[in-house]
Design a protein around this ligand. Sequence first.
Ligand code: ADP
Ligand code: ASP
Ligand code: MG
Length: 814
Amino acid sequence: MKVLKFGGTSVANAKNIELVKDIVSKSTSKTAVVVSAFGGVTDLLLEAALLASTHQENYKNVFLKIEERHINTIKELIPITNQSKVLSKVKTELNILETLLEGAFFIGEITPKLSDKIVSYGELLSSYIISEYFIAQGLNAAYKDSRELIKTNANYGKAAIQNFIETNHLIEGFFNTTKSKITVLGGFIASSTKGDSTTLGRGGSDYTAAIIAAAVTAENLEIWTDVSGMYTANPRIVKQAKAISNISYEEAMELSHFGAKVLYPPTIQPVLAKGISIVIKNTFDPESQGTIITKNPDKNGRTVRGISHIENISLLSLEGPGMVGIPGISKRFFEVLSLAQISIVLITQASSEHSICVGISADDVTTAEDAINSEFEYEISLRKIKPVLVENDLAIIALVGDHMKNHQGLSGKMFSTLGKNNVNIRVIAQGSSERNISAVIDKCDVKKALNALHEKFFEENTKQLNLFIMGVGNVGSKLLHQIKQQKKYLKDNLKLNIRVIGISNSRTMFFDEDGISLKNWETQLASGDKADKEKFFSKVNKLNYRNSIFIDNTASDVVSRTYADYLSNSISVVTCNKIACSSEYDNYSKLKYLAQKYNAPFLFETNVGAGLPIIDTLKHLIASGDKILKIQAVLSGSLNFVFNNFNSSTTFHDIVKEAQEEGYTEPDPKIDLSGIDVARKILILARESGYKLDIDEITNKPFLPEESLSTTNNEDFFASLIKNEDSFQEMFNEADKKDCKLKYVAQFENGKASVGLQHIPKGHDFYNLEGSDNIVLFFTERYPNQPMIIKGAGAGADVTASGIFADIIRIGNF
Ligand code: ADP
Ligand code: ASP
Ligand code: MG
């Protein structure tokens, strides 16, 4: 015989029930079909009961919804000729349900017994309607009320089998005598020895099916649901989760105990005893293999089989000097919880005996707190024990696997992964079977923790980077283009999976939690919400994705002031905006400090020399113990372009204009020509070399006439260049006479920095610097005479974007 169970989604509507029929009709042996209530109906019944019992008349609306669901399904499923019988029976049952709800409404109270009676209608109606549909479709089917077969105690809401011998006997007797090939039964519902309706706990239809399978020693038990098996993690939270093909009873039990809702935890017990395997299959994809739960599964080479989690956990801690060395405190603590019917999800024991700490469902927390405080009232009044400490909004995550015990270092790997992602761990517990390692964390970190752990243990070390990009103009759009082109390469070769989750320009911002398509991001961005830096940050922070990186491609001071918020929340920052690193020293050092404290890299390679690896090289020199003695550099691609092209046959104005149009200057070219931009760069290099310096300590001899320096917009600035052409020509001639070239040079030596125009003679390293190239000479203790030289394209949107991209990849390899 076979037992097939179909869950709420599988029987949610007529269309789905037709799929169920297709699956059931393929069975060749005698079959018990256990069904849940139509998806969502149990919740509706509970809602109606709660509303009625609190005198809220709109329970009637909920009832009408329930009624409509059932009547409509009958009308869709059952041919008109057979409809009246089924409709009349269902309407009679619904009338009783309505009367029960009315009773609760008038009394203003609901007992657990009445609640179970009301809730049982979900499965009663679904199983009856489905059986009639099967019959109408010509299947050899019949209906059976499972309350007549499964006998429980009177623990309403989560009743336990009173006596397995009796229940097994009833089930066996029924299936031995029934002539029908297919019997449809409601899951979840049973009856007490007195004959009252009881329920087996939320999700309990799985358990009904297992009890029947064990009683008849079925060939196997098939659990048909809305996912293709038991997954390595909840597939709704971890997109990369995969169905586990084979798993042991114990592993499955552990995963379901720790929240893998796909299987109700008690389900395994009855079938395990009989060695009956469980197969979990997808009603909506019957061909996919699913998961088989057996005694000796294929090992598949994995030590960690799955990761599960339970949300809504509270921690209770009992502490106090009066606990040390006094026997019986733990006994009383656990006894009082047990008497209050509270199940403990996790226990940790401090060996000091100074405290006891347990994790329970948040739903039970008030009852538990009251029960414990009243049990220890006397000790609390003497201050020997403190009132129980309650911490809410927590969750448990657990790694599960039979063979974890044979491998060292798994918990280290687990906790370092969580630590790296800044997930705060409140409590750690390891089952004595060493089949699970669990941790209590903040509820808001669940998604991040699960994904980070899944990545570590199941995705062959592929790392997902989640990017949030502000500024998609010149540099930003190039960056998006480069990411699009390299995405596959990075995934295949560096195991980096790059996703852009949010983008913003100064007008709008757009987020897609599954990753923005890089093909048409412009249209999506245009359709986004109004841009807002604070809201952008709040969204990034709330999403709380692992490996989140904020990328600033703007030149905005206000944007640079938000970095601290990102870093303090463990979100890395990559920027080509020089403002933060050249702002007041305290701000620069605060950002560096936050980056270290919150384990979130703060990278700004493109602040100096665009894509050239200048800062990174400097960092490596310092980290390996070298010391910077002197830096000499041409750091302005724009100024280099200007002075390379300016001569007696051109005008200074035209060359500056050209540089601006080519994207070699800042949007405001005065920032480059006044030397401020270069001063910022040498300041950053000095700071990265370990010197405490501020921008006003840098000597800056401007070459622009006072008139140009004091303009306040680009138009006036360019006009002043035309007016002062003679002085620029003179500047050129002076150098030309000496056979020198004009170069704007930055220098740092003995703790002092300066920037200014210099005459560079033939033969000097700077003399032949082309186009918009940059060059840096590092004189260090290891390179005292022959400096380390870095030279190459130092400006332009493409190279800047590639520098930012390199910083992103650095974080990926971090
Ligand atoms: P049914 O109504 O068929 O009994 P449930 O909703 O009770 O279905 O269980 C299936 C759901 O369990 C899935 O849709 C999924 O959201 C959730 N789930 C949680 N953890 C896991 C896991 N590890 N593997 C598969 N599903 C899981
Ligand atoms: N219908 C019940 C519930 O929603 C039982 C089940 O579906 O397993 O909890
Ligand atoms: Mg279920």
